[in-house]
Design a protein around this ligand. Structure first.
Ligand SMILES: Nc1ncnc2c1ncn2[C@@H]1O[C@H](COP(=O)(O)OP(=O)(O)OP(=O)(O)O)[C@@H](O)[C@H]1O
Ligand SMILES: [Mg+2]
Length: 382
């Protein structure tokens, strides 16, 4: 789901060029609503809506041609995209709102820019409120220090969410080194985020570049070579994420340790920063430094959840001391299991599937359930 200050994306189904132009003109004067496309052939409306995933659709009820307005509305309802539809009509053909029939709002010509924007914004807000329980969640898996288990945990967490019935995408946010490529033994020519179009991205563009792992999750890979990371912009990452969030119930990101514009954009977009800590003094010191940085950015403390990895290897540091240093008891813990983790990682398999009953797999499954909450898990299973 796009962040709250992103423009609301509107798709207009309209075959009269003058009307389309009029709407375009009204929207040019403001920034709240962005017209993503005008479809003049009603028969293509549902496919285009599926492709572009707008936030709101306006359909001209008086559409001529083979597929009339009423049919377009019915097709949109059947396609079950959950996008609110506003019907455009004239005072001589009044139409009543009828949510059951897929008419969520009505706009009668002539209308002002104010009325247009108002109806689009209120439709969008109502649909956000309605989908609140089932909305997608974005979890970035982070640690300010390397080698503490980010890639291992991100991959297994994503698979565990998939196992819980939530359609899950995993993003390799480590653009330079792309750990997931080596972990999953992805062929060097497998597409990456760099293969997405640079202007408008549709769902099929995204589907073309996702790596489908046998474990059931879809993965957006980092570029295949270190120097290519520079070719990915913050804007590219934001666009890909906002589309992923429209399609997947959960998006998990394997983050790099180093900060920069792209990691900061990913932190901003995230609902939860899952931050890995281990029982060693460097990690703990770096964790506190980052906690300070997050505070000064303005993130609420609840945005970060701590996960103690290898929680049974305390290295002489007491759990109480760790909690005192962090200012709270870490929300999640994962035990160590060198044998299982190394062998599963070497084969590119998630241990949560290879050995679901191992204590480490149970820890990941428990964390997955706690992260999405029971409501989301139920919604996903429907
Ligand atoms: N709970 C665990 N039990 C045993 N071994 C673990 C555990 N978690 C991670 N490891 C091991 O720690 C090593 C580092 O893990 P991983 O590559 O996931 O870390 P990372 O944070 O992604 O590293 P990088 O900073 O290089 O990206 C791996 O060899 C992995 O097998
Ligand atoms: Mg890694």
């Amino acid at each position: 789901m796009a962040s709250s200050n992103a423009p609301i994306r509107l798709l207009l189904v309209e075959d009269v060029p003058q009307v389309a132009q009029y709407v375009r003109g009204l929207l040019n004067a403001q920034t709240q609503v962005k017209l993503v496309d005008v479809v003049s052939d009603g028969g293509r409306a549902a496919a285009q809506a599926r492709q572009l995933r707008p936030d709101v659709i306006i359909v001209d009820w008086l559409l001529q041609g083979r597929t009339k307005g009423e049919k377009v509305v019915a097709q949109l309802r059947e396609s079950d995209l959950g996008i609110p539809v506003v019907v455009l009509t004239v005072p001589q053909s009044p139409i009543a709102r009828n949510a059951a029939a897929g008419i969520d709002g009505v706009l009668a010509m002539p209308f002002s820019g104010f009325e247009l924007v108002n109806v689009v914004v209120s439709m969008h807000q109502a649909s956000l409120a309605a989908s609140e329980g089932a909305r997608s969640t974005m979890i970035v898996v982070y640690a300010p220090k390397g080698g503490v288990g980010k890639t291992t945990i991100a991959f297994n967490l994503a698979v565990a969410l998939g196992q819980a019935g939530i359609q899950t995408a995993l993003v390799d946010g480590s653009l330079q080194f792309g750990d997931l490529r080596s972990l999953l033994r992805v062929p060097g020519d497998a597409p990456s985020i760099l293969d997405l179009p640079t202007d408008r991205i549709g769902e099929s563009d995204l589907q073309d570049v996702l790596w489908r792992d046998p474990s059931g999750i879809d993965i957006l890979l980092a570029p295949p070579r270190v120097e290519m990371a520079e070719m990915v912009s913050v804007r590219d990452v934001e666009k890909a994420l906002s589309l992923l969030r429209r399609i997947y119930g959960a998006v998990v990101v394997d983050m790099p340790s180093a900060l920069g514009d792209i990691p900061l954009a990913l932190f901003d977009a995230a609902d939860t920063i899952l931050e890995i800590v281990t029982y060693d003094s460097t990690t703990i010191r770096n964790t506190l430094a980052i906690a300070d940085a997050f505070r000064s950015i303005g993130y609420p403390a609840s945005k970060v959840r701590y996960v103690v990895n290898r929680a049974d290897s305390t290295g002489g540091i007491a759990a109480d001391d760790l909690a005192r240093a962090l200012g709270r008891v870490p929300e999640h813990t994962i035990v160590s299991d060198g044998k299982l983790v190394v062998s599963a990682n070497n084969e590119g398999l998630p241990f949560v599937l290879a050995s679901p009953d191992a204590p480490i797999s149970r820890d990941i499954a428990k964390m997955a359930a706690e992260l999405v909450g029971p409501a989301a898990a139920v919604a996903a299973r429907r």
